[in-house]
Write a protein that binds this ligand. Sequence first.
Ligand code: PLP
Length: 413
Amino acid sequence: MLKPAELSLEEMGDLAEIIPFADPVVRLGYRAIPSFDEPTRRSFIPVCEPTLGGNEMKYVMRAVETNWISSAGSFIPEFESRFAAACGTKYGISCNNGTVALHLALSTLGLEPDDEVILPTFTMIATLNAVTYVGAKPVLVDNEPTYWQMDPEQVAAKITPKTKAILPVHIYGHPVDMDPILDLARSRGIWVMEDSAEAHGAEYKGRRCGGLSDAGVFSFYGNKIITTGEGGMITTDNTELARLAWNLRDHAFSHERHFWHKYVGYNYRMTNLQAAVGLAQVEQLDGFVAARRSHAAAYTARLREIPGITTPPEASWAKNVYWMYGILVDKEKYGMGRDQLRAVLADHGIETRTFFIPMHCQPVYWQKFKGQRYPVAESLCRDGFYLPSASSLSPADVEYVADVIRDACPALK
Ligand SMILES: Cc1ncc(COP(=O)(O)O)c(C=O)c1O
């Protein structure tokens, strides 16, 4: 039987200090907020939730009424082309989640065990797992401290003749500084694939994330800016890559004859039901992005003067879509640490989530990266967490959350 990787905090040495406490229990049934027209449904403010206010029901009903509920049906190509167009790419290859979309995208490259793939240590574990699934060697880099994104200088330092791919991750909806990475890659024939799971609609120098490199990879999990419940998509302009991904996604059925296979393929297909929801969601993408940017501006206006609170950055070349509105807490200046503040918020019916625990600190990858240190990722992990960020938040929700953070600040008392 598979055994879990064990890692005690003692074994982690001083890295143990950055590991967050367990999530606090969120108190239900707290004070009514004026915007709460359904107080029993929302007796707390969730960190995120889907916004299904468009054609979702209509399109799903159409899929059911026409009997097309599996992975054939017209909503699938329609959603793929609408989403690809929203990213500025020729092709969209839908999948049943973002993790398999990453795996599928990397699978098209035909990587060998010695091949190296560079990715940030500060990411969600699916990015690294996908590299593990294809049997390549993951090489970690740190983030830069200004925009909390993968550091292009460190990417340059880690490139070797064995580097075959770079996976920038647009964390929390802010783009990575892509040009230096693309320059490094193009001159060496290295593939670049953006993990854009958190960056639907985000822009780098006026161009959409997911359309900046050889391929983009998206997730449509329920907490993403647009959702299909579970789902994912590869976006690309590369015809060969797109054709191969479509084929591998579907058991690699041969075009010559049925049940004739030249690759080890997968069943990573999205259903017509999911695509029906996806199409309705992509129709609303610009509205969702505008809502999130407006919530972010309102949060920042209320939080930026509070001692010890750092609000999320936005580079001059970036359009941050604030998938999650993250803040950093300086324990000394604010007067209490991140975990204590999260407990206060939970007690006020506000759900939050800590920033990612870096990959080099994960029990399952501890031996692989033992001894490696990434100070920016570690400090983001120690001090960072994100506030309720759904597109459907009301101005009153945002005001309430920000007021709890201000009122709880010991340094202001
Ligand atoms: C950066 C990043 N990559 C990949 C994924 C995986 O996507 P999914 O949950 O759809 O498999 C996520 C999901 O949360 C993510 O945040």
